[in-house]
Design a protein around this ligand. Sequence first.
Ligand SMILES: NC(=O)c1ccc[n+]([C@@H]2O[C@H](COP(=O)([O-])OP(=O)(O)OC[C@H]3O[C@@H](n4cnc5c(N)ncnc54)[C@H](OP(=O)(O)O)[C@@H]3O)[C@@H](O)[C@H]2O)c1
Length: 253
Amino acid sequence: MDLGLGGRGYLLTGASRGVGYATARALVDDGARVLVSSRSSESVDAAVASLGGAPAAFGLSADLASSGAADELVTTATAELGRVDGALVSVGGPRPGSVLDTDEADWRDAVDSVLLGTIRLVKALVPVLGEGAAIGLVLSTSVRQPIGHLAISNGLRPGLAMTAKALADELGPRGIRVFGLLPGTIATDRITDIEAASGEPAAMRARTEAGIPLRRVGRPEEFGKVAAFALSPAASYLTGVMIPVDGGITRSL
Ligand SMILES: NC(=O)c1ccc[n+]([C@@H]2O[C@H](COP(=O)([O-])OP(=O)(O)OC[C@H]3O[C@@H](n4cnc5c(N)ncnc54)[C@H](OP(=O)(O)O)[C@@H]3O)[C@@H](O)[C@H]2O)c1
């Protein structure tokens, strides 16, 4: 199937590694051009080089928690890509912990980056988008069911999911689609870090895999291909939905 991605331009945040990078990889492999971003300029440079560099890939370091990042990202994406047909908004995940163990300062940090960082970027982006554009938010299965050690994710992701749903209503009449992606456990650095923090990484991985119907964690490229499809013109009637990429672990439909 031709996804119709040839020549289109996408802005991807949190994309120097992990599921954001995997999505950039899938988009570029299908002929799109990307601007990838994260906080570390070294990581961004490495990601751009590994995606083949210009004219397929450009980069900009920016912290989504900072209030100026959104405008800078959109201005640079427009200048480098010539056209912006959509975005994948991924931000570093919030600090692990239970509700009772999590400090207010950690909630505030996550509100700044995960919640407001996402909303600021979308608001800056919409004026440059035209009919056929798409915005994907990287959320979590915590949109549908709580994850035991990720209180902040449980608190913020469902709100972002309904924000995406509301945006799909607001932008639908202009032909702009909005959707969320709900990764289960995808084998990225974030998962390695969470497993290491548990003090028993192998046992934690085994417990995770035992609970997944496919009996394994996902590969980043398995997420990236779904995200690239959902962003592409091939998914032109898909909006206002949450798409789990989770090996079947979500208990609700
Ligand atoms: N992997 C999973 O199984 C899984 C499951 C559920 C939800 N998620 C969510 O999906 C998102 C991405 O996860 P991942 O596994 O891809 O994580 P990852 O491998 O740790 O990658 C995170 C990416 O985001 C960048 N980043 C972090 N904080 C940022 C900020 N404030 N501003 C801009 N960029 C930032 C990082 O680069 P720099 O350090 O250079 O900024 C990196 O490129 C997270 O929100 C996570 O909670 C992941």
